[in-house]
Design a protein around this ligand. Structure first.
Ligand code: FAD
Length: 497
């Protein structure tokens, strides 16, 4: 069969692979995308952030993909693409729970991410959004093959992907390949790139699905007589985190009132879950039982997606030793992953798409050896940074106060990145290349450990908080760690985009 020559081969047509392909195809590259699966299909990882939306806006503006601009805010999304299901995300909500104890109103933290619902971020129903972006890439001229059974070969002189889909054969050759296959890491495996996951400190496992019949947090709080007036935004129009004793639960509400929900467990509890012989539903129920608040939300809930029901992962954390070479590169989710906490996945993938597009469209900067080496080093360093920001939260458990304190490090990193002037040149993700921030984070972790070793003594916690307030000062432009707001942060959003 005739082999079609393209400039870039992309393996994986998730939103990352499709978006990169759309950029490249729109800007004159011949692109082929090959996916083993077929859209629409269930995918987890729905909660977008201001950083993700800001980067998408930069990509769409710089590379002439105006049709994607409405997806960067909830209001324009609903106006222009009402057929793509989503939910509104105005901020991050956290609620602390103690096993066997009633909910205490003090254990709330709400951090605004947008100044109004219409200008806010979104939860993406990934089956809809990923299909849309895949079709969009095709409209820009990318050749898309779904449901592919294929064979990948070569790497020095170039790459070849040949196989069949829906009874038709195909063959593509290219000098460059992008691994956008997420956890499958198809190109990485082909190249024998080693995993280095033991170097990651977080050790968590997830159990998740989309549910119907989950009452809102606001209604559940109101039932318990909790005053909602102090909330700076509707606490359900957010990435909701229920902080438990050895993990946490996310809840992301879509406009049709279905909810993406997942339980994350950490450390030793993971082993119990991974080795449990009970049904996943029984494991789910067991996890919720000690927490009356959350358990009550799921009393009448039923799984609506995926069709196969509740899903359980193994250890979520993974990182490879290299994320790019002379003629290949991996997107974030192929190179590694840490945890859904802090919703970094979509933004990180956007950031990789932005950087790879700049590298691959710059013909004058060939050979790309140096830029790809930098891309790889930066990406791996960023995954390690996310690991440090997530691991500290788990280490802080049980206890809402220390968990919330550690979250402030993430908010300092992300809000300082969001508040920076938006330039055209892609920069490293969060504060990964900021050595002062990295040193401060490392010191914070040592100090957190001292507090833990002192059995979370009240004076030790207060001393840690005082130090942390000063330490995040250079990155804290939004009033984080202000005791007078009682965990209700309404001025943390960047100025309207
Ligand atoms: C439990 C969980 C919760 C998460 N929650 C969030 C969140 O709230 N917010 C957030 O920002 N991020 C979240 N993430 C991360 C998010 O899921 C990823 O960042 C995102 O899916 C990356 O998109 P992608 O297109 O790069 O990869 P994927 O979505 O993984 O897509 C990979 C594509 O490759 C295809 N494929 C797989 N194997 C092959 C193969 N061998 N050959 C060809 N094609 C292949 C698949 O069919 C798929 O289409 C979460 C992740 C997990 C695990």
């Amino acid at each position: 069969m005739t082999r079609l020559h393209v400039d870039v081969l992309v393996l994986g047509a998730g939103f990352g692979g499709s978006l990169l392909s759309a950029v490249l195809a729109k800007n004159g590259k011949r692109v082929a995308v090959v996916d083993r699966g077929v859209h629409p299909r269930f995918a987890i990882g729905e909660s977008s952030t201001p950083l993700a939306d800001a980067i998408l806006k930069q990509i769409a503006t710089r590379y002439g993909l105006q049709e994607l601009l409405p997806l960067t805010q909830y209001g324009s999304w609903k106006r222009c693409y009402s057929q793509l299901r989503c939910g509104v995300k105005t901020g991050f909500s956290y609620f602390g729970h103690r096993a066997g104890a009633a909910f205490v109103p003090r254990d709330q933290l709400l951090v605004a991410a947008s100044n109004s619902a219409m200008k806010s971020d979104t939860h993406w129903l990934r089956s809809d959004v990923d299909l849309f972006l895949c079709e969009y890439a095709a409209k820009q001229g990318a050749s898309i093959v779904q449901g592919a059974d294929y064979f990948l070969s070569g790497f020095n002189e170039g790459w070849c992907v040949e196989g069949s889909a829906e009874g038709r054969e195909f063959a593509f050759v290219s000098e460059f390949i992008v691994d956008a296959t997420g956890g499958a890491g198809e190109v990485l495996r082909h190249l024998g790139v080693a995993e280095n996951s033991d170097a990651l400190k977080t050790n968590s496992t997830a159990l998740f699905a989309h549910f119907d019949g989950v009452p809102t947090v606001a209604a559940t709080l109101a039932e318990r007589g909790v005053d909602l007036q102090p909330h700076p935004f509707n606490c359900d129009a957010a990435a909701v985190h229920h902080v438990l004793e050895d993990g946490w639960m996310w809840q992301l509400r879509f406009d049709d009132d279905t909810v993406s929900a997942g339980i994350l467990v950490n450390g030793d509890s993971c082993t119990a879950i991974r080795q449990s012989e009970k049904s996943l539903q029984a494991v789910w129920d067991d996890r919720l039982k000690p927490y009356a608040f959350v358990a009550s939300q799921f009393t009448n809930a039923s799984v609506v997606r995926p069709q196969s029901g509740l899903q359980q992962t193994g250890r979520l954390q993974r990182i490879c030793e290299r994320a790019a070479g002379n003629n290949w590169a991996a997107l974030a989710n192929a190179a590694g992953f840490v945890d859904p906490l802090h919703s970094t996945g979509i933004a990180h993938t956007m950031s990789c798409v932005q950087r790879l597009a700049a590298i691959l469209l710059n013909e004058a900067a060939k050979p790309r050896t140096e830029s790809l080496r930098r891309y790889s080093d930066d990406l791996l360093s960023e995954i390690r940074l996310v690991d440090e920001m997530v691991e500290g939260c788990y280490a802080a458990l049980p206890g809402f106060r220390l968990w919330s304190d550690w979250c402030m490090l993430y908010f300092a990193a992300v809000t300082s990145a969001e508040q920076s002037p938006v330039g055209n040149e892609p920069t490293s993700f969060l504060r990964a290349s900021d050595s002062r921030f990295r040193s401060m984070l490392a010191e914070a972790r040592q100090r957190l450990q001292r507090v833990i070793d002192l059995d979370r003594d009240e004076r030790a916690i207060s001393g840690f908080e005082e130090w942390l307030r000063a330490a995040i000062g250079p990155w804290n432009h939004v009033g984080l760690m202000d005791d007078s707001v009682n965990g209700m942060y309404r001025s943390t959003a960047a100025p309207d985009r």
